[in-house]
Design a binder for this molecule. Structure first.
Ligand code: NAI
Ligand code: MG
Length: 355
């Protein structure tokens, strides 16, 4: 039986448009070969160009339109013509926070044929998931600026991090539940409670309390700076890594760089209760340095689409897509960022053929 899903496509800026288009093509090939699902695309032209025309990143009723969808495939937002805090807050963070996509899931894995800068990494396991608190913490938007033009000390800015017990608890339970589905049942808690004695200490306290409910899951607590080193030095010792909004943002870029390129990294912004649609997007940005050349790596978006298929109840099709990607990579169909000469189009064709 064919299951129909309404999917919003928000390619937004730069290579975002290229990788989302590439992913739609591959998904349509997958759907042709395995007609268990059908995606009904709804395209939204929101982003920096929209902002330049309308003074906002998306229309006022944008979130209501998205609420009628089953999922969202997102490209990347941001372009040198408009300050990044406007574009990010106006679209990506507005969608994540507005739709309460409070868990951000970011897998990190090796792919065959893709060289890692970590020299002996292939002898080790690089297979972990970063679970990012996606609704509060350092990106809560609390603060302000004042005293512009003041004599002497000059302007003052305050940017506060907000940690709630409920917010910490739900992301940690999510991490522990995820750990139970994996071969290695372990959750590593990233913290900075040595320096940040309020928010991060609450974070640690909640972790200890939640961990007590999962006696079958191994735990550890690691300071964020030490965790950055551990990613490189002991990657085989990680399975699920739970971290605050800012910490996980940085660590997941490190993880994807270790896997070979930012262009490979996928992510899901989940509303686990399914009260609103979840959003799937590559980890990278709009890459103005290579945009428009047809060389963007679409693999991060393909793998984000695989996470979307998992979420929509099509794990077999998601697995097929992942296998096809690995086949294409192993056959040396690789874009420039991972040491090849293939174009986006070449990768679409190779993955489609592998399907
Ligand atoms: P970026 O991720 O766009 O680029 C960093 C580096 O990775 C560049 O050298 C780029 O060429 C390369 N790269 C990125 N995606 C690639 C792909 N698919 N294939 C091959 N190479 C790829 O980060 P950057 O330059 O810091 O930011 C550019 C803009 O993107 C900014 O406006 C920023 O705010 C925005 N941004 C948006 C994000 C989002 O929408 N989720 C995430 C990160 C940045
Ligand atoms: Mg990031």
């Amino acid at each position: 039986m064919t299951k129909l899903h309404k999917i919003a496509a928000i390619p937004a800026d730069g290579v975002g448009t290229e990788v989302v288009e590439a992913t739609k093509q591959v998904l349509s090939a997958l759907q042709e070969r395995h007609p268990t699902f059908e995606l009904e695309w709804h395209d939204f032209d929101w982003g920096t160009a929209y902002y330049e025309q309308h003074g906002r990143m998306m229309p006022e009723e944008g979130l209501d339109e998205l609420r009628t969808m089953d999922a969202i495939l997102f490209g990347a937002v941001g372009w040198p013509t408009v300050p990044d805090h406007i574009t990010l807050w106006g679209l990506r963070l507005a969608v994540c926070q507005g739709l309460d996509q409070w868990a951000n899931v970011r897998p990190v894995t090796f792919h065959p044929g893709v060289p890692s800068p970590i020299v002996d990494a292939h002898e080790r396991e690089l297979d972990w998931v970063v679970v990012r608190e996606n609704s509060e913490g350092e990106y809560s938007g609390f603060g302000g600026r004042n005293f512009a033009g003041r004599e002497g000390a000059g302007e003052v800015a305050v940017q506060s991090a907000v940690f709630t017990e409920a917010g910490c608890e739900r992301i940690m339970r999510f991490a522990f539940d995820l750990a139970r589905t994996r071969d290695r049942r372990k959750v590593s808690c990233v913290t900075k409670s040595n320096a940040q004695q309020y928010g991060m200490v609450l974070w640690d306290d909640v972790f200890a309390r939640v961990a007590a409910d999962y006696p079958d899951v191994e735990t550890e607590k690691v300071l964020v700076d030490a965790m950055a080193a551990k990613f490189v030095l002991r990657p085989e010792d990680l399975s699920v890594v739970v971290a605050s909004n800012l910490h996980a943002d940085i660590l997941s870029d490190l993880g994807s760089a270790m896997a070979g390129s930012l262009g490979l990294a996928s992510s899901a912004n989940l509303n686990p209760e399914r009260r609103s649609p979840s959003m799937f997007e590559p980890v990278h940005g709009s890459a103005p340095d290579i945009a428009g050349q047809g060389v963007a790596n679409p693999v991060g978006t393909f793998l984000s689409a695989a996470l979307m298929l998992d979420h929509l109840g099509h794990p077999d099709e998601a697995g097929r897509l992942r296998e096809a990607v690995d086949k294409a990579l192993a056959a040396d169909v690789r874009t420039r960022d991972i040491g090849g000469g293939a174009t986006t189009r070449d990768v679409v064709e190779a993955v489609t053929a592998a399907l």
